[in-house]
Design a binder for this molecule. Structure first.
Ligand code: PEP
Length: 252
């Protein structure tokens, strides 16, 4: 049985004070939920404050990116050890915004995922096609490329700790979510890739989240699909009530 995982990606939003308010509300509303794994990923500046608030609840802390080197002259970067020290359990890597605006490649995503796993952190590896790629019938080719190359060389044991987020780029922040059939088709495809890379049991154990305009009114139908194991939520994670509704709506 794969436990549903709902993660909120706050992106570059929230001052420390705002993050404290949101985390406080979430602790009250979903801090005791045990059927679903709830993760919040604030910006780096708010990690410590949010950690203090969610401590003692079921809410886990995540970050939105990392760097693979241990320490040193890498101005502006944050290492996996620093994120562990800050209380993170999960770290998003390869988000399409990082691929698009910060030249993230499968190779760098792979280095980040491996560095995280080495430090005992769990990567949430994002994959997904752009609109023109979908229109050109290349969805499966792009997703295969992202999955195979972002996860290359990751051991079976480490893969079981890794979460994949299928996020079609055309659905992110657009209000146009993939239909449940579109999501399931790609999730099933990803599970098939995992079976080829590892084995059936591993493929059946890895959680695959859907991300892209997930809202309280579409979570139920998305999560009803067999291979959809949760959601990576952007916009709707910034308000306590909509995130709570998504968490509650995802209980299978
Ligand atoms: C995201 O950025 O990961 C995301 C899915 O955003 P949104 O929910 O706003 O589409």
């Amino acid at each position: 049985m794969r436990k549903v995982i709902i993660a909120g990606n706050w992106k570059m939003n929230k001052t420390i004070a705002d993050a404290e308010v949101l985390a406080g509300s979430l602790k009250k509303s979903v801090g005791n939920v045990s059927e679903v794994e709830v993760v919040v990923c604030p910006p780096y500046t708010a990690l410590a404050a949010v950690k203090d608030i969610v401590q003692g609840s079921n809410i886990r802390l995540g970050a939105q990116d990392c760097y693979w080197e241990k320490e040193g002259a890498f101005t502006g970067e944050v290492s996996t050890a620093m994120l562990k020290d800050a209380g993170c359990e999960y770290v998003i890597v390869g988000h399409s915004e990082r691929r698009q605006f910060f030249h993230e490649t499968n190779e760098t995503v792979n280095k980040k995922a491996k560095a995280l796993l080495k430090d005992g952190l769990k990567p949430i590896v994002c994959v997904g096609e752009k609109l023109d790629e979908r229109k050109a019938g290349k969805t499966f080719d792009v997703v295969r490329d992202h999955v195979e190359n972002s996860l290359a060389g990751i051991s079976r044991d480490d893969m079981l700790k890794t979460v994949i987020a299928y996020e079609p780029v055309w659905a992110i922040g657009t209000g146009v979510n993939a239909t449940k059939e579109q999501a399931e088709e790609v999730h099933k495809f990803i599970r098939g890739l995992l079976e080829k890379m590892y084995d059936r049991a591993a493929a059946d154990s890895v959680r695959i989240q859907y991300g892209g305009s997930v809202k309280p009114d579409n979570i139920k139908e998305l999560i009803s699909e067999k291979d959809v194991d949760g959601a990576l939520v952007g916009g709707a994670s910034l308000k306590a009530d909509s995130f709570e509704q998504i968490v509650r709506g995802s209980i299978k």
